[in-house]
Design a protein around this ligand. Sequence first.
Ligand SMILES: [Zn+2]
Length: 122
Amino acid sequence: MDALDGNAIGGLLIDVFGAEMTATASICGTCDATRPVAELVVYRQAPGTVVRCRTCSSVLMVFVKAHGVTGVDLSGLASLSQPESALIPADGKRQPCMPNEHADKEQGRDQHVTRTVHVDVG
Ligand SMILES: [Zn+2]
């Protein structure tokens, strides 16, 4: 089975938490290893996505998508540091996460530049 890293589930995490989480520090509930979510080991398999500790291979997070709803089990984590508004969106205070695309529009009108932007949210 091919192991991915946490970057592979960046989009999934945004769907679930409403925030970019790959840079978030996770703490393994088993061995206390601390590392960014992006560096965790991710297995995409039926019936869902399993995220494991890179140090001790304990299951940290499980995402199971069914009927359009993603179920999340974070019981393997000791901690997942994040803005409090990520899990509980309060007051709509979520920071807008806008790609820096707008600045390019004004500059690019005289240029015959075909720019290929590959946005990999996964
Ligand atoms: Zn661990």
